[in-house]
Design a protein around this ligand. Structure first.
Ligand code: 6PG
Length: 247
């Protein structure tokens, strides 16, 4: 596994740099007439990335070569303010020309266990396999201050090695049901990118990146065997990470 750590001066600098990287990746793939698959993160951190993409790259990207999925979703309807799909639709998809067939949302309004199965089948039906699991070209992840990622919480570490593509989990703070891709799928991806901003993430990010975590943080178990792991942090979230760790 190749690992890369970058610390940016601000959330907007992180978002602009990552947006340009994403756009390059998409257009290189489009030049080869190859589609790519990206699993989006939810939460608040990626909003600035989706806003940069929607406001500055709506016309200069061959979006038709991208299939969008989600790494997790709250079990709420798409119009609910909590919906990860609803957030991405408002900030990104309503501003770019991407075929609706390329947007594979998790149906948070459905019965969670049935939807976990349905979404697993949707992923399996669209994404090539390696070692028996789907291989996303890129999975974008956030980091919770309890070390969770996607919706794999510290109490659900068994989801890191699940034989399923998706599972149902529960946010321990809100008791809200979630649907999440499993660690098995995340660790099978070509590229996994954590985007982390804010001082409240500094301690957990440092414990994971410096490998000093005595706590069993799920995000510490994200190590794409055949892929690249990237940590993109702003200076607040990266304040406890030694500059020599950057590459
Ligand atoms: C979600 C996310 C979750 C998120 C982290 C960080 O659905 O909430 O997938 O894993 O990335 O909780 O959230 P913030 O970006 O809001 O800090």
């Amino acid at each position: 596994m190749k690992k890369e750590i970058k610390i940016f001066s601000s959330p907007i600098e992180l978002a602009e740099n990552f947006a340009r990287e994403l756009v390059r990746m998409i257009n290189v793939s489009a030049d080869k007439k190859k589609t790519i698959t990206i699993a989006l993160s939810g939460g608040t951190t990626p909003k600035i990335l989706y806003s940069v993409l929607g406001n500055h790259f709506s016309d200069s990207v061959h979006w038709e070569f991208v299939h969008f999925f989600w790494g997790d979703e709250r079990c709420v309807p798409p119009e609910d303010p909590e919906s990860n799909f609803g957030m991405a639709k408002r900030i990104l998809f309503d501003k770019i020309r991407v075929p609706s067939a390329n947007i594979h949302r998790i149906m948070g309004e459905k019965d969670p266990s049935k939807e976990a199965t349905r979404y697993s089948n949707e992923i399996a039906g669209h994404i090539r396999e390696r070692r028996g699991s789907p291989v996303f070209d890129m999975i974008i992840l956030g980091l919770g201050d309890d070390g969770h990622t996607a919706s794999i919480f510290p109490a659900n570490c068994e989801l890191l090695k699940s034989k399923h593509i998706c599972e149902v989990s529960v946010n321990p703070k809100s008791l809200q049901k979630r649907i999440t891709i499993t660690g098995t799928v995340i660790n099978n991806a070509e590229k996994v990118v954590f985007i982390v901003t804010g001082e409240n993430k500094a301690e957990v990010a440092s414990a994971i990146i410096n490998n000093t975590s005595v706590v069993n943080y799920p995000a510490a178990h994200i190590e794409p065997k055949n892929g690249i792991l990237k940590w993109y942090l702003d200076i607040a979230a990266g304040k406890m990470i030694d500059r020599s760790m950057q590459n």
